[in-house]
Design a protein around this ligand. Structure first.
Ligand SMILES: *Cc1c(COP(=O)(O)O)cnc(C)c1O
Length: 238
């Protein structure tokens, strides 16, 4: 098998597994978008995946993502939705706002302001998700883990809503290792459902990776971020 066939095969297989999981949890697969996480893999893989039917890709490093997106566009592959899923440094916000169609990892006030400033000139508000820390029990805000702690979630929501250049589309979370993913996803899903009561446009819940997407689907995830199960293992950790 060449790489194109290998990726098409892996994509089909992940689609099948996700559909099976949806069936088990009595959800429609139409309500679940699979984002192929292509960080650490070349633009040629993105192009193969687009040819195989992938519509959404996820990247975590600004420079890598920008270069890759340019290469993909140069190959006349259009119509992909690019998701920024990794931690965004405040000084990279203006770059990220240019290549990302949705930023999943908004987790602090300074980043909200930086993204809003970067998006102010754009024609449309930049869609963003607030990243909520999984397994938030007994941790402090300053322990260096990604995501806002649940107790600070409402403040960050208000900050995002105050920015006309940003569109609050929902929540994102990464399950902490060492605690059951399902319980963590359910905790964040509760925050998401509460937010949706007042903000129906916040209809995205990004949760679940290669190893835990079944638990995420069970908790109501609308967007899965799947790398390894589609592309194989990455050369570089992250
Ligand atoms: C790398 C990454 C993923 C994909 O993880 P896999 O285990 O390879 O599926 C998902 N979400 C985030 C935030 C990531 O950084």
């Amino acid at each position: 098998m060449d790489r194109a066939e290998e990726l098409a095969h892996a994509w089909q297989s992940v689609c099948h597994d996700v559909a099976e999981s949806c069936r088990r949890h009595e959800r429609s697969p139409d309500g679940v978008t699979i984002i192929a996480v292509t960080k650490g893999f070349p633009a040629s893989d993105v192009i193969h995946l687009a040819n195989a039917g992938v519509t959404d890709v996820g990247e975590s490093r600004d420079q890598e993502a920008r270069a890759k997106r340019d290469q993909v566009l140069a190959a006349k592959v259009h119509g992909l939705t690019w998701h920024a899923i990794g931690q965004v440094q405040t000084n990279k916000a203006s770059h990220v706002a240019q290549w990302a169609d949705m930023v999943h990892s908004v987790d602090r006030a300074r980043l909200v302001l930086a993204l809003a400033a970067a998006a102010a000139q754009a024609q449309h508000p930049l869609p963003v998700l607030i990243q909520v820390r999984g397994g938030a029990h007994g941790t402090t805000a300053a322990d260096g883990r990604a995501g806002v702690a649940a107790e600070h979630f409402d403040d960050l929501v208000d900050m995002v809503l105050a920015q006309p250049a940003l569109a609050l589309r929902g929540l994102m979370t990464v399950a902490e290792i060492g605690e059951p993913a399902g319980a963590q996803f359910e905790d964040v899903a509760r925050l998401w459902r509460r937010l949706r009561l007042t903000h129906p446009g916040a209809d995205v819940f990004s949760a679940g990776m290669s190893g835990d997407f079944d638990a995420a689907i069970s908790a109501g995830a609308t967007h899965l971020r799947i790398g390894t199960a589609i592309l194989g293992s990455r050369m570089v950790a992250r």
